[in-house]
Design a protein around this ligand. Structure first.
Ligand SMILES: Nc1ncnc2c1ncn2[C@@H]1O[C@H](COP(=O)(O)OP(=O)(O)OP(=O)(O)O)[C@@H](O)[C@H]1O
Ligand SMILES: CCCCCCCCCCCCC/C=C/[C@@H](O)[C@H](CO)NC(=O)CCCCC
Ligand SMILES: [Ca+2]
Length: 547
C-alpha cells in the first residue's frame, strides 16, 4: 500500500477497544493499540492480536457516514430515549461508517463500524473529514431513474428492490424516481420519448436480460434520435449515450449481470452502483438489408438457442424453469439448419476464443487503444477478407461477452471480452445427439466446449448469416455448382413447391433472450469506444479491484 499523507489521526474506541484511527485521501484504517507492557499470551505471542485488530477500508468503498445516536431504555419513564453509548467508559460521541465488505464468490455486503470519540468536536471533525473525501468521488451517482419489471424471473423484482436495494441507496443518499413497468416496452418507450434524462446520473434496471435490453434500446435510440443519427444504416457511427445503466438482477438468466459482476446478487449490484463502478460493453448492431433490427450485448443464437427461446416463451408462467424444460425438448428434437455464414475475423492482438484468458475489470485487451485492437494492421494480408462457411448446423452462436450465468458459470465463450470490439462466433455443425450432449454438458464443467471436431469458433468483428431458404438464386446456383447435379434438380423442385414435405426448417435468432424472427441478418460489433459511456453500473470484478 502506497503511503498517503494523513488527513486525520486520533485514538478512538471501536467495540470497547482503543484504536489508532487514521484517514488519508485513500484509506480509513483503525488498529487496536497494543499495550507493549501487557504480558504476552499464547494467543498473541506470534503477533496475531495486532493483525486481527487492524482494519483498512478504501475511501472509495465507504458507502456512508453518519453521527450515531444509540437508544437505550430509560428506567424512570419506561420509554426509549436517545443517549450516547459509552462502551469504553470515557467517550460520549460516536459516528458510524458503512462500507463494502467482500465475501465469497464475488459477493459484496454492507458492513458497519462505529467509532466512539471523547468529545463532540472531534466526532464532528471526523464526520466532516470523511464527508469531504466522499464528496470528491464525483463518479458516484446522486440521482437515479429506476425501472422495475414486476414480472421478470420469479416475479420478485419489486420485493428485491424495496427490501434489498432501496435501503442501500437511501443510506448512500441517492435519490430515486421509481417506475414499476405496466407492460412490455414501457421502460423503452418512456426512455425514448418522455424521460427527462438531464435529471439523472444513471438508469437502473431491476429485471433480467430482456429488461436490460429494453432499457439499452431506449437509451441508444433516444441518443441517436436527439443527434440525428440514422440507426437503419449499418455503417453509421453511433453517438455514445451519456447515461450508465445499472443492473439489479431479478430475471431468469441474468447473464449480463453475472458475466460483468461475477454473480447475480442484488445487494452486490446495488453496492457497485453506489460506489460508481462501471464497465464498458461491446454492443452488436443487427440489421437486415438496410433495416435496423436490434442491438445485442450477450448472445445472438440461431438454431438451438433460438428454438429454446421460442419454445420457452410459451411457458413464461413456469418462471426460470421454462428454460430447462424447453432446453431438454429442443435437445431431443435435434433439428439442424442449413445456411451460409460469412465473417470478418478480428486481429490477433485481441487474443483468440481458446486462449483461456478471462476478461476482468481493467482487462489489458479491452484497454488497448481502439487503433490496436480488432482492427487490421496495414501489413496484414487478411485485411478485410471475408471468410465464408456453408453447412448444416445445430447452433450458430455469437457471444459478445462470455455469457456466464448460473446455468453455465464460465459461459458460452469463457474467454470472450466485454469491451474488445469483437464477438466469438461459435458454429456447432450437425452431429449426433450424444456428441451434442457432450458439447452442451461442457458448458457446465471445466472441460473445453470447443474441443470437438464438429465445433468451430472464431473471433470476429462482423458476420452475416443467410439461411439456405433465403439464399438468392445466384447464391444457390453457386452452392449447387459445388454440389451434384441431382441435388440441383432436387433443390429446384423444393423451391418451386414450397409445400412439399422436404421444406426447409426455419429457426429464429435469440437476441439477448428476445425472439428475432428474421433468418438472414448482418451483425457488426460496435467498437467499445463508441459506447464508453453507455455502461452498466455494478459490474467490475472484485478480484481486480482488490489487486
Ligand atoms: N410490466 C410488464 N409486463 C409484462 N412484460 C414486461 C413488463 N415489463 C417488462 N416486460 C418484459 O418482460 C420481458 C422479460 O423480462 P426480464 O428480462 O426482466 O425477465 P426474464 O425474461 O425472466 O429474465 P432473463 O431475460 O434474464 O431470462 C422483457 O422482454 C420485458 O420487455
Ligand atoms: C440437455 C442439458 C443441457 C445443459 C446445457 C446448459 C448450457 C447452458 C448455456 C447457457 C447459455 C446462456 C446464454 C445466455 C443467453 C441470454 O441472453 C438469454 C436471455 O436471458 N437466455 C437464454 O436464452 C436462456 C438460455 C437457456 C439455455 C438452456
Ligand atoms: Ca467482446
Amino acid at each position: 500500500m502506497e503511503k498517503q499523507p494523513r488527513l486525520l489521526c486520533s485514538q478512538l474506541s471501536v467495540g470497547g477497544r482503543v484504536c489508532d484511527v487514521t484517514l488519508s485521501s485513500s484509506f480509513l484504517s483503525w488498529r487496536e493499540v497494543v499495550d507493549s507492557s501487557k504480558k504476552r499470551t499464547a494467543a498473541n505471542v506470534y503477533g496475531p492480536l495486532k493483525a486481527a485488530g487492524s482494519h483498512c477500508v478504501p475511501v472509495c468503498e465507504i458507502i456512508a457516514i453518519q453521527e450515531t445516536e444509540e437508544d437505550c431504555p430509560s428506567t424512570n419513564v419506561g420509554k426509549w430515549q436517545k443517549v450516547p453509548q459509552n462502551p469504553a467508559g470515557s467517550n460520549q460521541h460516536a459516528f458510524t461508517v458503512s462500507y463494502v465488505e467482500r465475501t465469497l464468490k464475488h459477493r459484496w455486503r454492507c458492513s458497519e463500524v462505529t467509532l466512539h470519540c471523547p468529545d463532540r468536536k472531534l466526532c464532528l471533525q471526523w464526520v466532516q473529514a470523511i464527508r469531504e473525501q466522499l464528496a470528491l468521488l464525483t463518479i458516484r451517482p446522486k440521482r437515479l431513474l429506476v425501472y422495475i419489471n414486476p414480472h421478470g424471473g420469479k416475479q420478485r423484482g419489486k420485493r428485491i428492490y424495496e427490501q434489498k436495494v432501496a435501503p442501500i441507496f437511501s443510506r448512500a443518499s441517492i435519490t430515486t424516481d421509481v417506475i414499476v413497468t405496466e407492460r412490455a416496452n414501457h421502460a423503452r418507450d418512456h426512455l425514448k420519448t418522455e424521460a427527462d434524462l438531464k435529471k439523472y446520473d444513471g438508469v437502473v434496471c431491476v429485471g433480467g436480460d430482456g429488461m436490460f435490453s429494453e432499457i439499452m434500446h431506449g437509451l441508444i435510440s433516444r441518443t441517436q434520435c436527439d443527434s440525428g443519427v440514422d440507426q437503419s444504416c449499418a455503417d453509421e457511427t453511433l453517438i455514445p449515450c451519456g447515461l450508465r445503466i445499472g443492473i439489479i438482477p431479478a430475471g431468469s438468466t441474468d447473464c449480463i449481470c453475472y458475466a460483468t459482476v461475477g454473480c447475480n446478487d442484488p445487494v452486490t449490484s446495488a453496492l457497485h452502483i453506489v460506489v460508481g463502478d462501471s464497465q464498458p460493453l461491446d454492443v452488436c448492431s443487427v440489421h437486415q438489408n438496410n433495416a435496423f433490427l436490434r442491438y445485442s450485448v450477450s448472445l445472438l443464437g440461431y438454431g438451438f438457442y433460438g428454438d429454446v427461446l421460442m419454445d420457452s416463451e410459451r411457458k413464461r408462467w413456469m418462471g426460470p424453469a421454462r428454460y430447462d424444460i424447453s432446453g431438454v425438448k429442443t435437445f431431443l428434437s435435434h433439428r439442424y439448419y442449413e445456411g451460409t455464414i460469412s465473417f470478418l475475423p478480428a486481429d490477433g492482438s485481441v487474443g483468440t476464443p481458446r486462449d483461456k484468458i478471462q476478461c476482468r475489470s481493467g482487462c489489458n485487451i479491452c484497454q488497448l487503444p481502439s487503433a490496436d485492437k480488432a482492427v487490421y494492421k496495414v501489413e496484414d494480408k487478411n485485411k478485410d477478407v471475408w471468410q465464408v462457411i456453408r453447412g448444416k448446423f445445430l447452433a450458430i452462436n455469437a457471444a459478445c461477452m462470455s455469457c456466464a450465468c448460473p446455468r453455465s458459470p464460465k459461459g458460452l465463450s469463457p474467454s470472450a471480452h466485454l469491451a474488445d470490439g469483437t464477438a466469438d462466433l461459435i458454429l456447432v455443425r450437425k452431429c449426433s445427439r450424444l456428441d451434442f450432449l457432450r458439447h452442451l454438458l461442457r458448458h457446465t464443467n471445466k472441460n473445453d466446449q470447443f474441443d470437438h471436431p464438429f465445433v468451430e469458433v472464431y473471433r470476429v468483428r462482423q458476420f452475416r448469416f443467410t439461411p439456405r431458404y433465403q439464399e438468392t438464386d445466384s447464391e444457390l446456383d453457386l452452392r449447387e455448382a459445388e454440389g451434384s447435379s441431382s441435388k440441383h434438380f432436387f433443390t429446384q423442385i423444393c423451391r418451386e413447391h414450397q409445400a412439399c414435405s422436404c421444406a426447409p426448417t426455419h429457426s429464429s435468432w435469440n437476441c439477448d433472450g428476445e425472439i428475432l424472427p428474421h433468418g438472414a441478418i448482418q451483425v457488426s460489433v460496435q467498437g467499445e469506444q463508441k459506447w464508453s459511456k453507455n455502461i452498466p453500473m455494478g459490474n467490475s470484478s472484485s478480484e481486480v479491484v482488490q489487486s
